[in-house]
Design a protein around this ligand. Structure first.
Ligand code: TK8
Length: 337
């Protein structure tokens, strides 16, 4: 190799060859290409989450012109778990999963899976937007992910095809799809159901083909995903609050300039407030729309809800262990203040 290089050097005009080539090629100054930020979600374009992403894109574009946001709904880029893996591999830049599937990457997120932990949205905001929420977001950098802020999926409710569920006993034997999360599985087993984990993208077909009898999600998802076409009953169990985590790959974040990082953060927060507002409105108004579509929507009495709470909360000791137990204690103490 050295010999060939030396010969080539001798044969050529070895003064300023490279410089000359550069000068000839460089009439127009090189224009910086925009970096592409592909963001995928499992829900569809009608859901407040997608509207939130459009808001993010708009707000980011107002601040910097060096990033091009591309949005993908309907699990086009994969399910929550595989999209997070995409962030780690650098094949995709952003996503916004529920916290439940995040526990496969960072176990501490289990703290949000304990049934009936948050009494209302304001309590959730207080924890998520405070120091505990931030600590958890920061911990994602250990797995190659930059957690930006929490958005809202919301309080989850049970739907099923067969039975007007009013008590845990009514759920006996119902095959219920849950998210891929051990705490959720255990909680539904404790309630007497027959839970089975599944990615969100497969859910509608599974309900339609009666592979499962029911599922649980916030009202907005039940409505915008048209689950009323394949389900007869919604019971407002509000058994767990699902936060979303708006996240991007650590690599994309690290390759961003401080100016870009500020813009991403600001846009993510504006979009968060917008998405939460839309989602809360949707959860208020859409129960009526579900009824118009032919579903029976069952509001539980406080006594009925207490029966669900009592059964579901029996799983606390099994999962409140180690780091998760410490976090759970801190959340509970903070909520009492
Ligand atoms: C969408 C999911 C969905 C979640 C679920 O990607 O899987 O049931 O509630 O919203 O994150």
């Amino acid at each position: 190799m050295l010999v060939i290089a030396a010969l080539a050097g001798c044969a050529g005009n070895n003064t300023a060859t490279e410089g000359e080539v550069d000068k000839n090629a460089g009439n127009a100054p090189a224009k910086a290409e925009k970096r592409i930020m592909r963001i995928g979600i499992g829900l569809n374009e009608d859901h407040p989450q997608f509207k939130g992403l459009e808001k993010f894109k708009e707000e980011l574009n107002k601040r910097v012109d060096t990033i091009e946001v591309q949005l993908f709904a309907n699990s086009q880029l994969g399910d929550d778990r595989s999209m997070m893996e995409g962030l780690q591999l650098g094949t995709q830049e952003g996503t916004c999963p529920s916290t439940a599937p995040i526990v496969g990457f960072k176990e501490e997120f289990k703290v949000f899976d304990f049934p009936f932990l948050f009494p209302n949205e304001e309590a959730a905001d207080k924890i998520l937007d405070g120091p505990i929420g931030q600590e958890l977001l920061d911990s994602l950098s250990e797995v190659g992910i930059k957690g930006l802020v929490y958005w809202e999926n919301g309080f989850r409710n049970l739907t099923n095809r067969e039975v007007p569920v009013r008590t845990p006993e009514d759920m006996k034997g119902l095959k219920i799809r849950t998210m891929e999360n051990p705490v959720h599985l255990a909680a539904f087993r404790a309630l007497g159901a027959n839970p089975t984990p599944m990615a969100f993208g497969e859910l509608f077909t599974a309900l339609q083909q009666k592979t499962v009898d029911g599922q649980e999600n916030p009202i907005a998802t039940i409505y915008y995903n048209k689950f009323y076409e394949v389900q007869g009953y919604t019971t407002l169990t509000k058994h767990v609050y699902s936060p979303f985590v708006f996240m991007i790959s650590q690599k994309f974040w690290d390759e961003s300039t401080p100016e870009e990082q500020d813009a991403i953060m600001e846009a993510a927060k504006i979009a968060r407030d917008y998405e939460r507002k839309l989602n809360r409105e949707a959860n208020q108004t859409l129960a009526k729309e579900l009824e118009k579509e032919g579903m029976e929507v069952i509001e539980l009495t406080p006594e009925q809800q207490a029966a669900f709470m009592e059964k579901a909360q029996t799983i606390y000791p099994e999962f409140a262990k180690g780091k998760v137990a410490d976090l759970l204690e801190r959340v509970q103490a903070e909520l009492k203040k």
